[in-house]
Design a protein around this ligand. Structure first.
Ligand SMILES: [Zn+2]
Length: 179
């Protein structure tokens, strides 16, 4: 059911689950998040949750992971009400962001015979007869078993008189046929 509703909303899935349970109260249809957890276990593709500044300036990761305040705008890393009430025990981030790493997604493409077969497409003329690609092969920077990715990125202004605060990007996997 989850796979069939691939292009539908989460709400659609929830409503169908409710309808099934109403008709067949003993059926054990899985809640949305349960299915996602199972899929993450099967595919190895999970999202990472990291903390960030409420004004989007700083990601509290790497050298900034232990900062209590944003070095750019001085906003607190953690929700101050919960932090104060708990005498500094509860450290709830004010904002988080989710990352789905490209590495596990690429690995997952090799876990199914059908998608692994599709990964052998190598005749994308636009790219594979171009001098950038050919020179990289000639120099040994791209080898036969390498996977090739193109990233295309652009910023979008979602609010009036604000700077670009939303960045959308796509990865193009060159092993896949453009079909
Ligand atoms: Zn900030």
């Amino acid at each position: 059911m989850f796979m069939a509703l691939e292009h539908s909303s989460q709400d659609t899935y929830v409503k169908i689950c409710e309808a099934v349970i109403e008709c067949y109260p003993d059926s054990d249809v899985l809640p949305f998040y349960h299915v996602k957890t199972i899929l993450a276990n099967l595919s190895g593709v999970e999202f990472l949750v990291d903390h960030m500044c409420i004004n989007l300036y700083t990601a509290f990761i790497g050298p900034y992971a232990h900062y209590d305040m944003c070095p750019e705008c001085s906003q607190h890393h953690f929700d101050q009400i919960k932090f104060m009430k708990s005498n500094g025990c509860i450290k709830n981030p004010q904002a988080v962001f989710h990352t789905i790493s490209i590495g596990p997604q690429l690995q997952a493409l090799w876990r199914n015979p059908e998608s692994a077969e599709k990964m052998h497409y190598h005749a994308y003329d636009d790219i594979l007869i171009g001098s950038t690609y050919l020179n990289a092969v000639r120099d040994g920077r791209i080898k036969t078993k390498d996977m090739l990715l193109i990233i295309s990125i652009d910023g979008a202004q979602l609010y009036e008189s604000k700077s670009l605060d939303c960045w959308i990007y796509i990865w193009i996997i060159i092993e896949h046929s453009p079909d």
